[in-house]
Design a protein. Structure first.
Length: 186
């Protein structure tokens, strides 16, 4: 809250969602949309504001800025401009999924969102199952069953964990081999 209170403006994925957070805490700050589609275009504006002494808080809707959420290009540009970046730790679905999975946590691999194309997704799952560590991926709920079926076709007893709504009210984990996860996945 102290960082938000001290900010000149807030860069966020969806101003309609972030406004609720700010209002809940009685904060009235300018909000600027920062999405994967406008991030590159916004960077010069943010760099100029930072050089002029502004403080910009970067928040995401339900994840962690820069980790499969907007902000990585902005942070890179800010660092390249010689401006200090401070990271405030918070909830992240990646580490929540890993810690709650019951699978080995060190080392682990985070692959971000799985590819949209079935062939590329299948190849990625093959590589993941060959790793000597736990792999964490994000997947669309619309492709989840198909992705789990891909894994089941290769190794039906391979351990998997399906986690959803992490760090939120309806957090849920399905753990085990693929058969139970396929029949109970969201």
């Amino acid at each position: 809250m102290e960082v938000l209170k001290a900010a000149t403006l807030v860069a966020c994925e969806d101003t309609r969602r972030t406004i609720h957070l700010l209002q809940h805490h009685g904060l009235h700050l300018p909000l600027v949309s920062l999405t994967e589609h406008n991030e590159a275009r916004r960077i010069p504006e943010f760099i100029e504001k930072l050089h002029d002494g502004a403080s910009i808080a970067l928040v995401s809707d339900a994840g962690f800025p820069t980790v499969s959420d907007p902000g990585q290009r902005l942070v890179h540009a800010v660092i390249a401009a010689g401006i200090k970046v401070e990271v405030i730790p918070g909830a992240t679905a990646v580490l929540t999924a890993l810690a709650g999975s019951g699978l080995p946590t060190v080392p682990f691999y985070f692959g971000g969102f799985l590819p949209h194309k079935k062939g590329q997704r299948d190849k990625e799952m093959e590589v993941a199952m060959a790793r000597e560590c736990t792999s964490v991926y994000f997947e669309s709920p619309y492709r989840l069953v198909d992705t789990l079926q891909m894994i089941a076709n290769r190794a039906p007893n391979h351990p998997v964990v399906v986690a959803r709504e992490l760090t939120k009210m309806f957090e849920e984990f399905q753990r085990g081999s693929l058969s139970p996860c396929l029949t109970t996945s969201p």
